[in-house]
Write a new protein. Structure first.
Length: 278
């Protein structure tokens, strides 16, 4: 049985190595390409504000951030420059939706005491799980910066803001907080070569299992294999790491979709259950 890992190339390589160490025949087939944004004006301005908070308790009066939410490890990589000290004169909380992003923040030098993230034992890693932890911090006037990606080239209307889910922002605003957004990386559909095209077409019907960690990966799969009817995927099998991703896979036509926590052990367990027919 073949497991197709659809994460971006750098992350997929790590997961494939870990799955292979568990005895799985894992293959990387990235469905999302990550790159920097063309216009870094907004990113540079937000970063300058954080760096100003390194120098003073007041941080230019009221224009300070109380928390910075990073949607992914890529957000950390493309926003924080190497060696930047995290503001502590006026402590800024760093928010993470899951362990992978939390590890990236710690590696970037964020003090553990200023980091908020769902525990590795949490049932789900997402904005909803994070909100349960950080809600008590939010008060009228609380300012949060959300660092995220954007889908493809920025549109004139969404320049610099990104297109991620705004659920957390709505909760913050309902509690009286203010929210700024900055997009620091782009997510594109990959350009597949003939080998990857053939691999994907075969994997739709040969019993392979697709691992989806993003609804966008499902969308990109449809873009990379245009013209295939939904019924083509009826024999296809998938593991999804969030209910919304599972819904996207089912809507694309996948006949078997199982939900898993986004951890190595849980994915291995769910893949084994698919293989056994349990």
């Amino acid at each position: 049985m073949q497991l197709l890992v659809t994460r971006p190339a750098r992350e997929a390589a790590v997961w494939v190595q870990q799955f292979q160490a568990q005895g799985l025949h894992a293959v990387a087939l990235p469905l999302i390409e990550i790159g920097p944004v063309d216009d870094t004006t907004t990113r540079d301005a937000c970063l300058a504000q954080l760096q100003a908070q390194l120098q003073t308790h007041k941080a230019h009066g009221a224009h300070h951030y109380d928390a910075v939410m990073f949607v992914s490890a890529n957000a950390v990589q493309f926003f924080l420059p190497p060696g930047m000290a995290w503001p502590q004169h006026r402590p800024v909380r760093a928010w993470s939706p899951g362990p992978g992003t939390a590890r990236a923040l710690l590696d970037a030098g964020v003090p553990p005491g200023q980091l908020d993230s769902p525990s590795e034992e949490a049932g789900q890693f997402d904005s909803e799980a994070l909100w349960q932890i950080v809600a008590p911090q939010v008060h009228p006037g609380h300012r949060t910066l959300v660092v995220r990606g954007q889908d493809g080239p920025a549109s004139p209307q969404g320049q610099g803001r990104g297109h991620g889910r705004d659920w957390l922002a709505r909760q913050l605003q309902a509690a009286g907080g203010e929210v700024d957004f900055v997009a620091v990386y782009t997510r594109h559909a990959p350009r597949w070569d003939a080998r990857q095209q053939a691999l994907a077409q075969a994997a739709a019907q040969d019993g392979s299992v697709w691992l989806f960690s993003s609804s966008q990966a499902v969308l990109h799969l449809q873009q990379c294999l245009p013209g295939l009817p939904t019924r083509y995927w009826q024999a296809a099998r998938a593991v999804a790491t969030h209910p919304r991703i599972a819904d996207a896979a089912r809507a694309a036509g996948f006949g078997v979709v199982r939900l898993s926590r986004p951890t190595l052990d849980d994915v291995v367990r769910v893949v084994a259950s698919i293989e056994s027919g349990a």
